[in-house]
Ligand binder design. Structure first.
Ligand SMILES: Nc1ncnc2c1ncn2[C@@H]1O[C@H](COP(=O)(O)OP(=O)(O)OP(=O)(O)O)[C@@H](O)[C@H]1O
Length: 294
């Protein structure tokens, strides 16, 4: 597999071996990625993390890790400035356990490193050490890794270290082709990635379904991989309002459509049955999510 991929065979094999020992504890690692930048990865990573952490039926202990080492912004979305970030771990100045920041939103974060673009391409050893350090965090139910966009060797390493990969795309043609590109790059490294597709910024469930099914069909046909349809998130002005206020939209407007969508997605990840709601288009949406093919 790795002859076609970005990582060298030794590095890919090292990561796979490391993954074997994830079985030591129950922490599930989800990497959230995209081909194109600016499709909503960070917004979704943070707010999906909050939905999982606050799930009524089964609250989860969640850490959101900002793995963007050039343009990190998870902490900016919450208006917090952690004293330490991933760069301190990469430079060997701190252990990862020392940089985990407990937020008021019932989830912990590991901040990325802003403005370190010259260091954004980590050496193989630094990557292995970082992934090993993440692997050793055992108190969380979920670690959500918000990667940078595109297909760099850093990104691919984080994706290979995850149990599940969520590829975020929007219905724009460039985002669709780039989503296919990132899935192709993952398949070039591994035969058994668990890839889920999340369609963001859609105007209707029908649009989401049409675009998602097209990507899933092409991946099946040309890459011989089954990509799961995880769901969709509406285009919603609440997202921009939340960014400006530096309050996660899951908190700012819990009943906004965008949160109904993310709550359903969190339930799908947790295998929780979606309950019927009693009013208006929420009922329609619930019915839609229930019918949605995997
Ligand atoms: N569902 C949505 N509805 C409306 N606006 C959205 C939605 N999702 C994301 N956005 C907007 O898109 C922009 C990019 O979002 P975000 O920073 O989360 O993307 P990203 O993929 O993490 O970007 P980058 O690749 O730069 O890291 C932000 O201005 C955000 O407000």
């Amino acid at each position: 597999m790795t002859e076609k991929g970005i990582l060298g065979p030794d590095q890919a094999e090292g990561l796979r071996r490391m993954m074997g020992s994830f079985a030591n504890h129950d922490t599930k690692i989800i990497a959230i990625t995209s081909g194109k930048g600016g499709v909503g990865k960070s917004s979704i990573s943070l707010n999906l993390g909050i939905h999982l952490a606050r799930m009524k039926e089964s609250p989860q202990k969640v850490i959101v890790m900002d793995a963007d080492l050039g343009l990190a912004n998870i902490n900016v979305l919450m208006g917090i400035i952690p004293k330490y970030n991933l760069m301190h771990v990469i430079k060997g100045q701190k252990k990862i356990s020392e940089i985990i920041y407990k937020t008021e939103y019932n989830l912990d974060i590991i901040a990325g490193a802003n403005g370190f673009s010259q260091l954004a391409n980590l050496k193989d050893e630094e990557k292995q050490n970082l992934i090993q350090a993440i692997r050793e965090i055992s108190y969380a139910d979920y670690i959500i890794i918000d990667t940078s966009a595109g297909i760099s060797s850093n990104v691919i390493s984080f994706l290979l270290a995850a149990h599940e990969i969520i590829v975020v795309a929007t219905p724009e043609p460039t985002s669709i082709t780039d989503a296919y590109g990132v899935i192709k790059a993952i398949v070039a490294e591994t035969d058994n990635a668990n890839i889920k597709l999340l369609m963001n910024r859609v105007s209707s469930p029908a649009e989401a379904n049409k675009v998602s099914q097209r990507i899933i069909q092409i991946c099946g046909q040309f890459l011989n991989i089954k990509v799961e349809n995880l769901g969709f998130v509406f285009e919603d002005p609440v997202v921009a309002a939340a960014v400006k206020k530096q309050i996660p939209f899951a908190f700012l407007a819990p009943n906004a459509p965008v949160n109904l969508c993310l709550n359903h997605i969190a339930k799908r990840l947790l295998n929780i049955q979606v309950a019927d709601e009693d009013k208006g288009w929420f009922k329609f949406l619930n019915a839609f999510f229930k019918r949605m093919p995997a």
